[in-house]
Write a protein that binds this ligand. Structure first.
Ligand code: PLP
Length: 460
């Protein structure tokens, strides 16, 4: 593709995206496709000869777009906040053009240093001290996996040589994201050594139950390794008491990893500081800019106090990657399982510069405001009830009716294409999750969706 052809197709694509942004409200959030339909619409074999880009774009419109769930839609209310803002899209475009791979400082000096600069901004904005080293991975699952690697290294330095010990225990709550358990499974902790501690009535990790589990394990000769509290747990966005977890962890000599993948960006807000009490005393924290910091998937940040625990556990430099060293030279490969590293810092830098701290905080605040408004409406309608405290952008609610009726309510709304909600089961009850978090969402989007929910409820 010549530069002139690229220019023409590039303009066409930018026009496509602008049009998408202008018309997205008229599109269904969930596609009307059946499993296998996209596969059947596409040729089984790859093209022998190259095809014109215009033809490819046409097929994208006809076969791919209609089969896409529109995460970047103002009425995408199902999973946690997702926003692909225009500056982040443009930054990804540029990043693809440079095709940086930040294995080492030498393989991407600007990538490596911009990542440090932009994570320094975020660290300061969310109120964490300078000791925290920041690194970007693709997802929170991978950030947490790395935190667990460091946690294990910190309590058992023999792992690298001898393999994993069989008696190290990981503690989290029964509301924690599955990535904690998955990470522990992948690292060989073993199901027997993963404790999913019960929660209190507000779905927060129960400290007495945690204490009892720690005591019991020590009595049985096990070694507490890592406690993972969550600020903004996936089912109901509950807030675990990190401040109460820290002294217990210190008493038992274990690592604290805070999963703030969703709620972490809310640390920008003065009025939400109570949720983050003492999180700066944790050993590591994950927060996802691709959830609530206006950048597109993927971008997850791990802040970790002792990056040496990571390099001690998994640092490995083959001869062909050896370079001269310099005190200011950081090689991210020393702290990561994956060698290759995309230039994700660029979209963070461009997006955060475009909106500024105030812009990001204002967007998060407006989402929380809309969620609060919805909570009030639910409380005012006797047919419904709020199912969990609303502190962030997530509202959990249900019709005061059977689980089947609640599921029907959600399915009817979702198949209409107008909005997309998800669900959780809490205490045996089917609960609907309405998560406000897209950068385009307006109060009208929330109002109209609530109106439709009420209508469907009446029809049911
Ligand atoms: N932690 C929490 C609290 C989450 O809600 C999620 C996903 O929604 C994750 C971790 C996993 O995030 P990722 O998809 O980035 O791995």
């Amino acid at each position: 593709m010549s530069p002139d052809e690229f220019r023409a197709h590039g303009h066409e694509l930018v026009e496509w995206i602008a049009r998408y942004l202008e018309t997205v409200r008229d599109r269904p959030v969930l596609p009307e496709v059946t499993p296998g339909e996209v596969i059947d619409a596409l040729p089984v074999q790859g093209p022998e000869k190259g095809e014109p880009f215009s033809q490819i774009l046409e097929d994208f419109n006809e076969a791919i777009l209609p089969g896409s769930t529109l995460w970047n839609h103002p009425r995408f209310f199902s999973y946690f906040a997702v926003s692909a803002t225009p500056p982040s899209m443009l930054a990804e475009f540029l990043s693809a053009a440079l095709n940086q791979n930040g294995i080492l400082w030498k393989s991407g000096p600007a990538l490596t240093e911009l990542e440090q600069v932009v994570l320094g901004w975020i660290r300061e904005w969310v109120g964490l001290p300078e000791e925290f080293f920041g690194i970007i991975y693709d997802t929170a699952s991978i950030s947490t996996l790395h935190a667990l690697i460091a946690a294990r290294q910190s309590v058992d330095q023999k792992t690298r040589k001898d393999g994993a010990a069989r008696n190290l225990v990981v503690y989290t709550s029964n509301q924690a994201h599955s990535s904690v358990e998955k990470g522990a499974l992948a690292l060989g902790f073993g199901e027997e050594n993963i404790r999913k501690i019960e929660c209190d009535a507000e779905f927060r990790l129960s400290i007495p139950a945690l204490k009892a589990a720690l005591e019991e394990d020590v009595k049985e000769g096990k070694i507490p390794c890592c406690i993972v509290p969550t600020i903004g747990a996936t089912p109901t966005a509950s807030i675990d008491p990190v401040a109460a977890v820290i002294p217990l962890a210190r008493q038992y000599g274990c690592w604290v990893h805070v999963d703030a993948a969703y709620a972490g960006p809310a640390a920008l807000l003065e009025e939400k500081q109570w949720m983050f009490q003492d999180w700066e005393l944790a050993d590591s924290i994950v927060l996802n800019p691709h959830k609530w910091m206006l950048v597109n998937v993927d971008a997850s940040i791990l802040f970790i106090r002792r990056k040496d625990q990571l390099s001690d556990a998994i640092g490995l430099t083959p001869e062909y990657l050896r370079t001269q060293s310099d005190p200011r030279m950081l090689n991210y490969m020393d702290y990561s399982i994956s060698l290759g590293r995309r230039f994700r810092a660029l979209k963070l830098w461009m997006t955060l510069r475009y909106y500024g701290r105030e812009g990001v905080a204002g967007t998060i605040r407006s989402h929380i405001g809309m969620a609060d408004w919805l909570r009030e409406q639910i409380e005012a309608d006797p047919r419904f009830e709020v199912a969990a405290p609303v502190h962030l952008g997530l509202v959990c609610f249900r019709m005061k009716d059977s689980n089947e009726k609640n599921q029907q309510l959600m399915d009817t709304l979702n198949t209409s294409g107008f909005a997309f909600l998800s669900h959780t089961i809490q205490n045996g009850q089917y609960v609907l999750r309405f998560s406000v978090g897209n950068w385009m969402t307006t109060k009208e989007d929330v109002e109209e969706t609530w109106e439709r929910i009420r209508k469907v409820a009446s029809a049911l």
